[in-house]
Design a protein around this ligand. Structure first.
Ligand code: HEM
Length: 218
């Protein structure tokens, strides 16, 4: 039997905990005066957070040398998709009461909804092909397809920025949180650029050599 690691446990408990908390807060009436909006906002944030966690696995694994991280990337991405699907279902079912006419009318007028929709449509093939069967079947194309996450995360950050009340150009309003998420996404994407990656790996090697020398001297 395969051994369950601590990281694996943390990832799965961390994946379900926010949902359990939303359900708990719903039944204990702790979801603000506008529970639908609160669930929409929370599921949106959790979806983006898990997407960024999954994006962080590869660079952190090479910088820290913690290779188990790459094996947890898929589960983190799937939790991201799960929260995005709940987010969309709440929007369609609770916010708009499945009124497709009203949704179509608003989709055309609100840019952030169009961006959210594009992000979700791009997430769908990633979620569907996340199984081992598709990984084997698609081979190199699987990797290419999953690079879509590099487009999805900035799209979601802009969706977030446009959904809050604020003015990006005047740096006014509630833009600090989407800006923080955008900054993290930017760093995670920059870590994939070859020269940045090589510089960090070089630094890691230098630190390892220094610490190795100190340990050997003592
Ligand atoms: C068709 C697809 C989508 C629709 C219709 C949609 C709808 C919405 C709406 C209505 C809000 C504003 C909630 C409010 O403040 O009243 C929102 C916010 C947000 N959405 Fe989406 N969304 C979609 C896709 C996504 C996806 C795919 C993600 C992430 C992977 C996402 C992440 C977020 C985030 C982070 C927020 C901001 C939450 C906050 O203000 O704290 N959305 N979305």
């Amino acid at each position: 039997m395969k051994k369950i690691t601590l990281l694996q446990t943390v990832v799965h408990l961390g994946g379900w905990f926010p949902l359990a908390q939303i359900v708990y807060d719903y039944f204990t009436r702790n979801l603000t005066a506008n529970p639908i909006q609160a669930i929409e906002q929370r599921t949106g944030i959790h979806a983006l957070t898990f997407l960024l966690f999954s994006l962080a696995c590869t660079p952190l694994s090479s910088i820290l040398g913690w290779h188990e991280l790459t094996r947890r990337r898929k589960a983190l991405g799937n939790y991201g998709f799960m929260y995005a699907a709940i987010h969309l279902s709440i929007f369609v079912g609770l916010d708009y009461g499945f009124n497709l006419n009203a949704i179509l009318r608003d989709v055309g007028t609100k840019a952030y909804i169009i961006l959210g929709l594009i992000a979700f449509l791009l997430l769908l093939p990633l979620a569907v092909t996340s199984f081992r069967y598709w990984m084997k079947r698609l081979g190199q194309n699987w990797k290419r397809l999953h690079r879509l996450v590099y487009i999805i995360s900035p799209l979601v950050v802009v969706h977030f920025l446009l959904s809050v009340k604020g003015d990006l150009l005047r740096l006014q309003g509630n833009i600090s949180r989407p800006m923080l998420y955008g900054f993290i996404a930017l760093i995670l994407l920059a870590l994939r650029i070859a020269p940045v990656k090589l510089t960090l790996l070089g630094l890691r090697q230098q630190l390892q050599d220094r610490f190795g020398q100190i340990v050997n001297k003592n």
